[in-house]
Design a protein. Structure first.
Length: 277
């Protein structure tokens, strides 16, 4: 637990640095690095890393997407995906005696889902600007990680009924409910605190409290779905953790599996309901 806490504190410091330079290319580079590492971990966990060329193509594709604006991606996504698919199948045709179509399919899926999900954090910055962009990123990360934290402690204290005994034996229904309640309370405090700090810095933000309280339960549910989805992969391939880059937490995927489901949902909500202004 001590190692986990220290690792979390270091992560928060790094997150603060990213927020300071949130409107610069540093954010894009950080997201690109996370995408590349997450895809690498997924390929390694599923055995798709064995073919180095497929792995390089998949990781490179995942790392490139966050480096461009949403407008550029929107104009060129068809061409990029087409060239990527052609390259993957060219490798399959050349190495058909070593590769299986399942490896190509998983590599394509991972390298598509991870960057397009995490890159929504950049899209929110580009759409809302620095101050509101940080707010929406806080809602994303907070809903995902606070739900996980609340579920962990509520499960330990009150957990009796297994939520998904085969996929993740330690998760309980009581923990899931506790995670939602904790996320509601904690996210409200985080949002109000950020609003107060931003006002003190001369960039006042008014938090839409009713909308936030209505949306957080959906984000918490999406967080659990992301966690369980990543657990299914680990369970089927006999992997305990995706990596060890974050001591006490595991790999990037172990920490960002829930974020993959929450980030696009926050982006979608933000287009229809303003959580802050």
């Amino acid at each position: 637990m001590k190692v986990r806490i220290i690792s979390s504190m270091i992560g928060l410091v790094l997150l603060f640095v990213v927020f300071v330079f949130f409107d610069t290319v540093l954010t894009n580079l950080v997201i690109a690095f996370l995408c590349a590492l997450a895809v690498y971990e997924l390929l390694a966990a599923t055995g798709c890393i064995k073919d180095k060329l497929v792995a390089v193509l998949s990781i490179a594709f995942a790392a490139v997407i966050p480096l461009f604006s949403v407008q550029w991606i929107a104009r060129h996504i068809m061409a990029i995906c087409y060239l990527y698919v052609v390259a993957l199948f060219a490798v399959l045709l050349r190495r058909h005696h070593l590769l299986r179509i399942e490896q190509i399919a998983m590599s394509f899926l991972f390298s598509l889902v991870v960057p397009f999900s995490l890159t929504t954090l950049i899209y929110m910055r580009d759409h809302w600007g620095k101050a509101l962009g940080i707010f929406y990123v806080l809602v994303t990360l907070g809903s995902a990680w606070l739900s996980d934290t609340g579920a962990y402690f509520a499960g330990r204290a009150f957990g009796k009924h297994k939520l998904a005994p085969v996929i993740s034996p330690k998760k309980t229904v009581e923990g899931a409910v506790g995670g939602i309640v904790f996320a509601e309370i904690a996210m409200l405090l985080v949002a109000l605190l950020y609003g107060a700090i931003s006002g003190w810095l001369g960039v006042p933000i008014a938090v839409n409290v009713p909308a936030l309280l209505c949306i957080v339960p959906f984000l918490s549910a999406a967080s659990m779905l992301g966690d369980l989805s990543a657990s299914i992969i680990k369970r089927q391939f006999g992997v305990k953790d995706y990596g060890s880059i974050m001591p006490g937490h595991g790999g990037v995927m172990d920490r960002f599996d829930s974020v993959l489901m929450v980030a696009p949902l926050v982006f979608i909500f933000s287009q229809h309901v303003h959580l802050a202004a």
